[in-house]
Design a protein around this ligand. Structure first.
Ligand code: ADP
Ligand code: MG
Length: 235
């Protein structure tokens, strides 16, 4: 198993947010963590990347527990993170934004991302090569955020609600980008509120409610689980 969360308990001060979250992502997978607003999805990703430190439990990545390591160390080990809020450098060009994603001193593994390769996968970004990040549309900024993260050649990619607030056509483009990155060989842990997006992309789905995993299974199994869908999901 590439990434394994074991019984994570995470707090903000005295609020007990994650109450024993366990999930895993293996090579070759797109896994979705699905749930309503405020149930602990972002906190789960932040607990993996080290932005908040779980009070107990383990995050095992490539066989070693990474809880307690600082975010830059975890990133360097190969965990890529695309946060909910799009983080681009508005005054840098698209190409410069991409170059900022390169991680120096990374271990070599043959098939690495370059700006030119990213442009093959994201032609919309290539068209904007010399434009400033701040001048891009919301959907393009989302693509740029994802593209910049893969420039660091992550071995697993965590993406927090990439389609939130985007028009349906742009949602499709972002979905394609996620599929392309997956096909390139990068496993993905995707956080979503939108069940339709989750079902279109993921092989396996976990549903989270109030800091607890209440369902895990395939898309077909979730489609058949009417009670779970009514109780814990929007659609
Ligand atoms: N920095 C923080 N300090 C205190 N409470 C927080 C903080 N971040 C999130 N929370 C609370 O933790 C709960 C889970 O938040 P979050 O993981 O962001 O949910 P989701 O991503 O599923 O919408 C919410 O009740 C939220 O208000
Ligand atoms: Mg969130």
């Amino acid at each position: 198993m590439l990434l394994e969360l074991k019984e994570l308990h995470t707090y903000y001060e005295e609020s007990h947010i994650l109450q024993g979250v366990s999930l895993n992502v293996d090579r070759g997978e797109i896994v979705c963590l699905l749930g309503r607003n405020g149930v602990g999805k972002s906190t789960t990703l932040k607990s993996i990347i080290g932005l908040v430190e779980p009070r107990s439990g383990q995050v095992v990545f490539k066989g070693r527990d990474i809880v307690g390591m600082p975010p830059y160390t975890i990133a360097k080990l190969g965990v890529g993170y695309v946060p909910e809020e799009r983080r681009i450098f508005p005054t840098l060009t698209v190409r410069e934004n991409l170059l900022m994603g390169i991680k120096p001193g990374q271990e070599g593994n043959g098939d690495r991302w370059t700006v030119e390769k990213v442009y093959k996968y994201f032609p919309a970004l290539q068209a904007r090569d010399k434009q400033k990040g701040g001048h891009l549309s919301g959907g393009e900024q989302q693509m740029l955020t994802i593209a910049r993260t893969i420039m660091g050649n992550p071995e697993v990619l965590l993406i927090d609600e990439p389609t939130e607030g985007l028009a349906p056509l742009i949602v499709e483009t972002v979905e394609e980008v996620i599929r392309d990155i997956h096909q390139h060989g990068t496993p993905i842990l995707l956080v979503e509120q939108n069940m339709r997006v989750a079902v279109r992309l993921a092989g396996r789905i976990y549903v989270i409610s109030k800091g607890t995993i209440v369902f895990q299974g395939t898309c077909e199994e979730l489609n058949g689980a009417h009670e779970i869908r009514e109780k814990y999901l929007e659609v």
